[in-house]
Design a protein. Structure first.
Ligand SMILES: Cc1ncc(COP(=O)(O)O)c(C=O)c1O
Length: 387
């Protein structure tokens, strides 16, 4: 659902009428419905919240207070320290970090050492931690990232992250970590080619094959690592794949974040249809011709493989961007039924991805039923950017 009904858009307009665009809103009704749907699809497993996909402490704390959500999947060590220092518990940094100063701070503090878990995927990572932390490495928590890509012949389908694939690979890293005095707390299996790809005939095939292969491999890896480590968690999945785990008991928790805001990249999945919860408004500033207006700013193109799927989309049905300009650095032309828009009226847009959009805004406006409920700072608004 790329577009939103006119009454919903009218509600966002009414709620923010006193504010100057560009501005971004979180529609609380849609967000709460999306949160409930993630919990339903997780089918009883706790959902660890992917903070990179939220980038707002108010949302993080709000969602963690809801039944069905537990723990944070952070993206940077410095972010994890900031969150734990502000009271958040159980923060797993799901990407390897070489932020030596921050990791030394984690190792040196009892609370941080208990609540922050880092990612390793190789003996090289373990050696780096040992060299960097010295004797303080003892008791620092780590989780092993296991590659979930699919190999078809020589083709590699999925992300390029961990070299760990087999039970033997994972046990070797866990043993090396244990021998170095690190505490092996978890395993992570992120199935990017299932969780992060909208459905199409070819992708459906790939997903079916991938889910079956992963289910078997995950069970074998988890069983093997459990013989050498006392695991607190086995994390798996993402917004696009929660529902594929069924009764698989190898994963003790699932991960999700984007599904709360529901950016456009999550519009094209067969198994769920989330409500657009986050949208941003750009003010109309000029009229190049009939059927065209140009709005201020708006070029918030998302990360990843470049292409139209990464470009923001107008929310109102029938409006579109120009192929020649797309969303611009400070000017975004929009085509369609726009002749009724006056200077200063808003064009509402949705981003292709979730949290990174908030790197453009200091404040997130919380709206419900045409009312402005609150305005809260984003990470950026708190002066925090972690990459
Ligand atoms: C390790 C990991 N787990 C889970 C996710 C899923 O996050 P989201 O639900 O925001 O797509 C991601 C997203 O890239 C990820 O990198």
């Amino acid at each position: 659902m790329t577009s939103a009904p006119d009454d919903v858009i009218g509600g966002w307009d009414a709620a923010t009428a006193g504010l100057a665009p560009p501005l971004v809103v979180l529609d609380l009704d849609a967000y709460e419905a999306n949160a409930a749907d993630l919990v339903r699809r997780a089918a009883g497993r706790p959902v660890r919240v992917a903070s990179k996909s939220l980038r707002c402490r108010w949302v993080l704390e709000d969602v963690l207070a809801r039944p069905g959500f537990a723990g944070v999947m952070a993206y940077a060590a410095a972010e994890a320290v900031w969150l734990v220092t502000s009271g958040v518990r159980d923060v797993f940094v799901a990407y390897p970090s070489v932020d030596a100063e921050t990791l030394r701070a984690v190792a040196a503090d009892d609370d941080l050492r208990r609540e922050v878990t880092s990612t390793v995927d190789s003996a090289e990572h373990v050696q780096w931690l040992t060299d960097t932390l010295g004797p303080a490495a003892r008791g620092v928590g780590v989780a092993v990232d296991v590659d979930c890509s699919v190999r078809v012949g020589r083709a590699h389908l999925g992300v390029r992250r961990s070299p760990v694939r087999t039970p033997e690979d994972a046990v070797a890293v866990a043993r090396a970590a244990d021998a170095a005095g690190l505490e092996v707390r978890g395993l992570m299996f992120y199935d990017a080619q299932v969780a992060g790809l909208p459905d199409s005939p070819a992708v459906r095939l790939l997903k079916r094959r991938s889910v079956a292969e992963l289910r078997e491999r995950r069970a074998a890896v988890v069983a093997a690592v459990r013989t050498v480590a006392d695991l607190r968690f086995v994390n798996a999945g993402g917004t696009g794949s929660l529902h594929t785990f069924g009764d698989d008991t190898a994963a003790t928790e699932l991960a999700a974040g984007s599904g709360l805001y529901s950016p456009t990249l999550f519009d094209g999945y067969d198994a769920f249809s989330a409500r657009p919860a986050m949208a941003y408004a750009l003010p109309v500033v000029r009229r190049p011709a009939s059927g065209l207006v140009t709005a201020f700013s708006g070029g918030y193109v998302a990360s990843g493989q470049p292409g139209w799927s990464r470009v923001p989309s107008p929310v109102r049905r029938g409006l579109s961007l120009l192929r020649t300009e797309a969303a611009g650095e400070v000017q975004t032309p929009v085509r369609g039924d726009v002749d009724g828009l006056a200077l200063g009226d808003r064009v509402w847009m949705r981003g292709a991805k979730a949290g990174e959009l908030l790197e453009r805004f200091d404040t997130l406006h919380l709206v419900r039923g045409g009312e402005l409920v609150d305005s809260v700072p984003t990470y950026r608004g708190e002066g925090r950017t972690f990459g």
